[in-house]
Design a protein around this ligand. Structure first.
Ligand code: GRF
Length: 191
């Protein structure tokens, strides 16, 4: 059986789209079996429907605690026999329940060269700082925000002054690095 991937996202879902497309065309030798979304109606859900990928859509406020909604998610991951969770713009900190049950199998993509510029506004923070080499990091998820072991990084050189142009370049770098990294992680799993 091919490895099974779930992607967690909260918004646009361009990285979801690239991962789904790469699984569909065989660039990643895996099945993307579930999209988990904590913002019902987010565009990532439309993208998932187009790929015929089931969506687990929920609102955190409908649960009593983070542990409760993470238990619901982890139960579904168990049912779907998920091997790898890829966070792609999932705007929540992963909590104890998911780390206890899926720790070591959750990775995240971050639009900066960690450990510089962690957090939710990495591109803006790096731009305002005035760095000349930006980049993208893929790392394991642990209990520190953007703090887990680094798996892969790619630099993006930019000396211009247009943050929209910079964002486009960083997203393009993400869309290459994420499928390539997932693919090599999974092939190492099988060795
Ligand atoms: C990406 O920049 C990713 O690095 C960050 O959130 C953004 C998600 O973009 N974690 P998209 O929803 O995949 O288009």
């Amino acid at each position: 059986m091919k490895p099974r991937i779930a992607v967690f996202a909260s918004g646009n879902g361009s990285n979801f789209e690239v991962l789904a497309g790469s699984c569909a065309d065989g660039t990643i030798d895996a099945d993307l079996v579930l999209c988990v979304c904590d913002k019902p109606g987010a565009f990532v859900e439309t993208r998932a429907e187009r790929f015929d990928i089931p969506v687990l859509s929920f609102r955190a406020r409908d649960f009593e605690s983070k542990r409760d909604f993470e238990r619901m998610i982890a139960d579904r991951l168990d049912e779907e026999k998920v091997d790898l969770v890829c966070l792609a713009g999932y705007m929540r900190i992963i909590g104890e329940e998911l780390l206890e049950r899926y720790g070591g199998r959750i990775i995240n993509i971050h639009p900066a060269l960690l450990p510089s510029f962690p957090g939710a506004h990495a591109i803006k923070d790096a731009f305002e700082y005035g760095v000349k080499v930006y980049g993208v990091t893929i790392h394991y998820v642990n209990d520190e925000v953007d703090g887990g072991k680094i798996i892969a990084q790619t630099p993006v050189e930019y000396t211009g002054s247009d943050i929209d142009e910079l964002e486009t370049m960083i997203h393009a770098a993400e869309h290459k690095l994420y499928p390539a990294t997932v693919s090599s992680l999974l092939s190492n799993l099988n060795k």
